[in-house]
Design a protein around this ligand. Structure first.
Ligand code: PLP
Length: 482
């Protein structure tokens, strides 16, 4: 592309992005598109001859954008929302332009060093001690996979590299039923198998019970199994439950078991001094995952794995073929030694732009506002005669259900499913489901950069209205009602 064209299209595209972000609230959050519709609308083959960018852009606007879920939408309240800030969008553009591969220090000296500096800044903002070293991976699942690989490495020692799991003792990993499935996937991937996972009972607020953990570890030792790793979560996926970290860390220390803390979403809250209590003891963890791409306004993908044992992580992953040797390799740290991928994106740039643009206080203001808005939603749910809140709200996720005395117990889940579908079908907001205590639950998560009080209010009105309409129909219809 001639640079004059790049310049022209670049200016136009930045204008498009600015207009898109400004106009998001007017769009439906979810597209009404049917499965297969986009596929059918696209040509079966790549073009033989190149096409003008104007045509590609036209198709992008006509076929792609209307068929998207808009994650930056201010009324996107599903999953754990990840939003992209202006500075981070620009940094991503630069990263693509530079196309630096941070596999080796030599192939990206500034990128490699910036990653360490910016992860050092974040570590300090989170109140973690200097002993933690961090690397950026593409997601929380990947960070956790690397953490569990390191835990396995420490448990089985150097022989693992050569001999694999053949004749290795049976390792055990402990986690609560609320733990993210990335742990299950890591165990499948690492050859430990799902059978290695021992679920530890939770209390009524869905927090892992340390007494149950202690008992589980002791039982396994008696049975000749090797306790290898405990995964504790600070902000569980369904309801942001906060596992008791300090006693868990003490137990792991005493037992010589690796403690991995999944703070993929919740870790952001450690930026708030008034919330540090929830994190007390996490400095005793062996590894911690925090995802800037969840609640720190950094677009996908950016997940940090901090560990106090970089040497063990390195043992698990380092392998240097002749073609990757460099003169500096003994003086520097090459990121490829700490992970499964060789090629790595320049992810630190967008985190650097974000931390500098917002500053600690700018991020704190937004986090506090999300917490405040979530408390407001919780208050409204509690006050609503036809809704119930089904979990505490320690962060900015509210778990709720509709209830009506005339809807039979066995019908409640089906009714709530219909309510969720009806809410999302309006296009006015997007909520996602989960299950708590065996019941179908709606999650209302406030973590989007562009979400303001009036967006929450509009969403609430739609939920209330939809519930009223659905109850009217349901109660009129007869059979589902007692
Ligand atoms: N950990 C927790 C607590 C999560 O909620 C999630 C995803 O929502 C993950 C890990 C996985 O993170 P990622 O989607 O970045 O792989």
């Amino acid at each position: 592309m001639p640079s004059a064209d790049l310049r022209r299209h670049g200016h136009e595209l930045i204008d498009w992005i600015a207009d898109y972000l400004d106009g998001l609230a007017e769009r439906p959050v979810l597209s009404p598109v049917r499965p297969g519709q986009v596929h059918q609308a696209l040509p079966v083959e790549a073009p033989r001859l190149g096409e003008p960018l104007e045509t590609i852009r036209e198709d992008f606007e006509r076929l792609i954008v209307p068929a998207l879920a808009h994650w930056n939408h201010p009324r996107f309240f599903a999953y754990f929302n990840s939003s992209s800030s202006g500075p981070a969008i620009l940094a991503e553009l630069l990263a693509a332009a530079l196309n630096v591969n941070t596999m080796l220090w030599k192939t990206g000296p500034a990128a490699t060093e910036l990653e360490q500096v910016v992860l050092g800044w974040l570590r300090a903002l989170l109140g973690l001690p200097d002993g933690f070293r961090g690397w950026l991976y593409e997601g929380g699942s990947s960070s956790t996979l690397h953490a569990l690989a390191a835990a396995r490495q420490r448990a089985l020692g150097l022989g693992l590299r050569e001999g694999g799991l053949y004749q290795a003792p049976r390792l055990r990993v402990y986690a609560s039923p609320q733990t993210h499935t990335s742990v299950d996937k890591a165990l499948m991937t690492l050859g430990l198998g799902l059978g290695a996972l021992r679920r530890v009972a939770v209390d009524s607020d869905h927090r892992m019970r340390v007494d149950a953990l202690r008992e589980a570890v002791a039982q396994d030792r008696r049975a000749g199994l090797w306790p290898c790793c405990v995964v504790a979560t600070l902000g569980s996926t369904s309801c942001t439950a906060i596992d008791p970290i300090a006693p868990t860390a003490r137990l792991c220390e005493a037992e010589g078991v690796w403690l991995h803390v999944d703070a993929a979403h919740g870790g952001a809250l450690a930026l708030l001094p008034e919330r540090r209590e929830d994190f007390a003891g996490w400095e005793g963890a062996d590894s911690i995952v925090v995802n800037p791409h969840k609640w720190l306004m950094v677009p996908l993908d950016a997940s940090v794995l901090y560990t106090r044992h970089p040497d063990v992580l390195r043992q698990a992953f380092s392998l240097v073929p002749a073609y990757l040797e460099t003169r500096e390799q003994h003086q520097v740290e090459d990121a490829m030694d700490y992970g499964i991928t060789l090629g790595r994106r320049f992810r630190a740039l967008k985190l650097w732009f974000t931390l500098r643009y917002f500053g600690q206080e700018g991020l704190q203001v937004r986090l506090r506002e999300h917490l405040r808005l979530a408390q407001e939603v919780a208050r409204r749910v509690d006050a609503h005669p036809l809704m119930e809140r089904v979990a505490p709200v320690p962060m900015s996720t509210v778990c709720l259900r509709a209830r009506h005395p005339r809807i039979a117990g066995g019908e409640q889940d089906a009714f709530n499913r219909r309510w969720l579908e009806a809410i999302n079908a309006t296009g006015r907001l997007f909520l996602s489901p989960t299950e708590l205590d065996g019941r179908f639950v709606l999650r209302f998560v406030i973590s989007g950069l562009r979400t303001q009080a009036h967006h929450v209010d509009e969403a609430w009105q739609t939920m209330d209205l939809t519930l009223g309409e659905l109850l009217g129909c349901t109660l009129d219809r007869g059979p589902t009602v007692r």
